[in-house]
Structures are given as C-alpha cells and as structure tokens.
Design a protein. Structure first.
Length: 116
C-alpha cells in the first residue's frame, strides 16, 4: 500500500466534500522546501489552509488529534510561503481548518488552530 496514493485519494474525498460545503478549492498539495499544505481554499471570506487526516477506526484516537503543535507550526510556516509566493498581503484573512475522515464519516473543523 503506497501511503502517498492513499493520502491523495482521501485529499480528493476531502476536497469534494469541501466543495459541497461552500469551499472554493484553489490548490491541492501545495509544496515548498518547508513542507506541504493538503488543500488551500476560499470560504466565507477567508483563505483557508486545510490539513486532511484519515483513520480507519478510533483505535489511535480521532484523526484531528494527529495535528499536533509541530504540525500546526509547519502548516503556518508553509502558509506564509504561499502568501509571499502569491504576492498576497499578510493582512489577508486566513483560517486553518482540519478535515477529519474516519471510515465514512467526514467532519470539517473550522478554525481548528490559530496563527502561531
């Protein structure tokens, strides 16, 4: 099982779900030397940086709990690179969401964490 392919599949599921819930997907798998952001979208006037987490079951806890402080810091740093690369103001309203997928259940956690 190739983890990257599995991850891509669930990121596509998440992007589709987000579209159905009013998000305008701008980019998937934005990468830079610091790291990666799974999905970048617009929603409710915000530029939204989204991390997608998937688990088969709750044996290791809810998927969203896998987005610890280190991962949050990395996402925030990559978001800054994205803003700079796209010549966007650092005053742009941004939000950090997590899409949690467990089995067939999908949940969008808006504003899952704040700016570092």
């Amino acid at each position: 099982m190739n983890k990257r392919l599995v991850g891509d599949d669930f990121e596509n599921v998440a992007a589709s779900y987000m579209k159905k819930n009013g998000y305008d997907i701008l980019e998937q798998n934005f990468r830079c030397r610091i790291g990666e952001i799974d999905i970048i979208a617009k929603n409710e006037g915000y530029l939204v940086f989204t991390e997608v987490k998937y688990r088969n079951d709750s044996r290791y806890g809810e998927p969203e709990y896998a987005v610890g402080i280190r991962k949050q810091q990395k996402i925030y740093s990559v978001a800054q690179v994205y803003l700079k690369k796209n010549k966007m103001s650092f005053d742009t309203p941004i939000r950090f969401d997590v899409v949690s997928i467990m089995g067939d259940r999908i949940n969008i956690i808006k504003n899952a964490f704040g700016a570092m």
